[in-house]
Design a protein around this ligand. Structure first.
Ligand SMILES: [Fe+2]
Length: 262
């Protein structure tokens, strides 16, 4: 069973974001998926769907995502607007009434899509209601496998400019997940860098952005000197079988797609 994972589209209906064209890059991703992975059962998008949370942006985004030949599983990031997202993009019927948080099952594999948005803050948070929902859903699985997906990583990654804005109560989430060895993998966005490892024994991966990449931590950089890295965007293909889970990062366009030649 195959799933597609994209993150941090930072879509805008018009104009550029940090020098990149969100429409060209998303269309390249959609075209790549339609040509090479139309057999995927779903497409997870771990937040920052838009750069600014306007109705116009979400409606234009929906027009692009409607080109995907599989259901989309959207999540919130710190750039998203929960109410506008819900008004424009279809959500599974299992979604919590006040949050973009839900479980979707593909055969025996459950995907827990978490809502880590803390409105007005770059950093994320999971309130008691959302944590309680996750605890109950994980308990209901009775050991059947799950993937947990969200925008804000709940662990530090050795990224000095980015780690302070991760999930503020990440330790509590990791404690809960570590109690459930049936959690095969944790997927997170937000940092626009590909990292993987384990946190409290939970395997995790963070995604490149579909739009622009954060530089590696060395050479050192800070926000006053920040420029996106000259790296191509990527999406991730997940393959799940009885033997386990594979994540394969795939480049879908060149870095130069929307960058004028020097
Ligand atoms: Fe982002």
């Amino acid at each position: 069973m195959k799933l597609i994972w994209m993150s941090d589209l930072h879509f805008e209906a018009e104009g550029l974001v940090l020098g990149h064209n969100p429409r060209l890059r998303l269309q390249a991703a959609v075209d790549f998926i339609a040509e090479h992975h139309s057999d995927a059962a779903g497409c997870l998008i771990t937040g920052d769907l838009v750069e600014t949370g306007s109705v116009q942006n979400y409606q234009a985004l929906k027009g692009f995502l409607d080109g995907l030949p599989m259901p989309v599983l959207p999540m919130t990031g710190n750039h998203d607007d929960r109410a506008v997202l819900r008004a424009v993009l279809p959500l599974p019927g299992t979604a919590m009434p006040d949050f973009i948080q839900y479980r979707t099952d593909f055969g025996d594999l459950s995907i827990m899509c978490l809502d880590t948005l803390n409105p007005g803050a770059a950093a994320g948070a999971l309130c008691a209601e959302r944590m309680g929902w996750l605890k109950a859903e994980l308990g209901a699985l009775n050991g059947r496998p799950a993937i947990v997906a969200m925008h804000h990583p709940p662990m530090t990654l050795g990224l000095p400019m980015l780690d302070p804005d991760n999930l503020q109560n990440g330790a509590a989430l990791l404690t809960l997940l570590a109690e459930h060895p049936n959690v095969l993998h944790l997927l997170a966005g937000h940092v626009h860098r590909p990292c993987s490892g384990t946190a409290r024994s939970v395997p995790f991966t963070t995604a490149k952005s579909v739009l622009y990449q954060a530089p590696a931590p060395r050479p050192e950089w800070d926000w006053s000197s920040f420029l996106p890295a000259a790296e191509a965007p990527a999406l991730t293909v997940l393959d799940y079988s009885a033997d386990g889970l594979t994540l394969q990062q795939c480049q879908f366009c060149d870095h130069g797609l929307d960058v004028p030649a020097a």
